[in-house]
Ligand binder design. Structure first.
Ligand SMILES: [Zn+2]
Length: 63
């Protein structure tokens, strides 16, 4: 998960990764598309965090 700089809300990066693998990743720049604003955000791995309910994607109408 990252925080969208435009909406200020937590959004999913669309990347599913387990905690151990995530912890081993070096701090690197990652590019991913934001489902909130539709833009691509570049973020550091250190800025992101894991969302424990990976398979519970909230469904919103009108998307
Ligand atoms: Zn965004």
């Amino acid at each position: 998960m990252i925080r969208c700089p435009y909406r200020g809300q937590a959004v999913s990066t669309g990347i599913e990764i387990d905690e151990a693998t995530f912890a081993r990743l070096p701090d690197t720049l990652i590019l991913s598309r934001c489902p909130l604003c539709g833009l691509e955000h570049v973020w550091w791995k250190n800025e992101a965090w894991l969302e424990p309910t990976r398979y519970d994607t909230p469904r919103k109408t009108g998307s």
